[in-house]
Design a protein around this ligand. Structure first.
Ligand SMILES: Nc1ncnc2c1ncn2[C@@H]1O[C@H](COP(=O)(O)OP(=O)(O)O)[C@@H](O)[C@H]1O
Ligand SMILES: [Mg+2]
Length: 361
């Protein structure tokens, strides 16, 4: 188990991570998700005692890393695959580590077999492909048979076979009852690998929930509606009617309307009643990737604006959430602070941030 309490790291004036509080539990894969620069690697370095927190604390199985009696047996990590000494053979690299930590040679061969490197054990990692280096990094992490495993962006640069292999391995390690904490900047990757998600943006916690809940909460459906392109007044009329009926309407780049909060038959009836012709009326599901981008984009917007009330508040709308999908959820403070930006709209689902509301692209 890994426990963070108000963990904060500043580099000069820059806050890399900001009061992160969450717990990574055993017996499942926890995905650590956030855009590049969000603070994932910094958090992992702090977990491993490779860097000191500015404030707050992080404990592995109840202790700081430097207090662990048998660190290699407690926690294994893959931070950077190229971190391995290039001149020693894969076997020797592992053997040196094993010998200095009281681990038998037998275990070296076990992990080499496990990651599929037994045949190249006597080759030097210098000549390894990225995929092979990742495997060696994983063998190193597993050497002490630890109960806690950290992997920082392990699938970066791997081919589909390697990605599949790592995914299976993570799931197996989680199923064995270990604490598996794996970072990625890709939602699609985490949706396939993780059971639980911790999402951060600009060093702040944005979500801490199961993948299942994340999907239920964020894969909101919407309709795409297109009126004849050469008759913009039809589009405006329909927008007004739908808004009046309580839907949120946004114009997409191609002129179509994206409608949240109205069923297809209702849209059709409204249009028909007003004599508006439709060129398109189709159901859509917002992808998880979109939900994730909206979630993390909110954090970026927040941080790049000094005063959220200085006329820019409309950028801070949360992603749409289907009613009744409420689970413990740490939204950035600006989402909780004030009323929704456009006062006349009913609460859930909340308005989509987008061009129509003046959000940046
Ligand atoms: N050693 C460091 N010195 C100064 N700034 C750093 C250092 N390490 C990370 N940062 C900054 O902290 C932020 C978070 O970086 P990082 O943890 O690498 O993010 P991620 O792994 O999510 O891409 C970035 O803005 C980065 O520039
Ligand atoms: Mg990183």
């Amino acid at each position: 188990m890994i426990e963070l309490v108000a963990l904060t790291k500043r580099y000069g004036a820059r806050t890399a991570i900001d009061q992160l509080t969450f717990t990574v539990r055993p017996g499942r894969v926890t995905g650590f998700l956030g855009p590049n620069g969000a603070g994932k690697s910094t958090t992992m370095r702090l977990m491993l005692g490779l860097d000191h927190p500015t404030a707050g604390s992080v404990r592995i199985d109840g202790r700081r890393y430097d207090e662990l009696r048998d660190p290699l047996h407690t926690v294994g990590a893959l931070l950077e695959a190229k971190g391995v000494h290039g001149g020693r053979t894969a076997y020797h690299h592992l053997l040196c580590l094993a010998q200095s930590n009281g681990i038998p040679e037998r275990r070296v061969w076990e992990v080499l077999e496990l990651v599929g490197l037994a045949e190249v054990a006597h080759r030097r990692p210098r000549g390894f492909s990225l995929g092979m280096s990742q495997r060696l990094g994983i063998a190193t992490a597993l050497l002490g048979d630890p109960g806690v495993l950290l992997f920082d962006e392990p699938v970066n640069g791997l081919d589909p076979e390697g990605i599949h292999w790592i995914r299976q391995l993570m799931r197996r390690l989680g199923a064995e009852g270990r604490t598996v904490f794996v970072s990625s900047h890709l939602m699609s990757e985490m949706a396939l690998t993780a059971d639980h998600l911790i999402v951060i943006g600009r060093g702040q916690l944005l979500a801490d929930m199961s993948v299942k809940d994340f999907i239920a909460r964020h894969s909101a459906s919407f309709a795409r509606v297109r009126t004849p392109d050469h008759e913009p007044e039809q589009r405006e009329k329909l927008t007004a009617l739908l808004t009046e009926a309580g839907a949120q309407v946004e114009q997409e780049k191609d002129g179509a309307l994206k409608v949240v909060g109205a069923e297809l038959p209702q849209i059709s009836d409204l249009a028909h009643g007003a004599g508006i012709r439709l060129w398109e009326l189709s159901p859509h599901q917002a992808s998880l990737e979109e939900a994730y981008l909206r979630l993390t984009q909110g954090a970026v917007d927040y941080r790049s604006t000094t005063d959220p009330r200085a006329g820019a508040g409309q950028q801070f709308a949360p992603p749409p959430m289907p009613p009744g999908a409420g689970q413990p959820y740490a939204a950035p403070q600006q989402w909780q602070a004030g009323p929704p930006p456009v006062g006349q709209q009913p609460p859930p689902p909340a308005p989509l941030p987008g061009a129509a509301q003046g959000a940046p692209p």
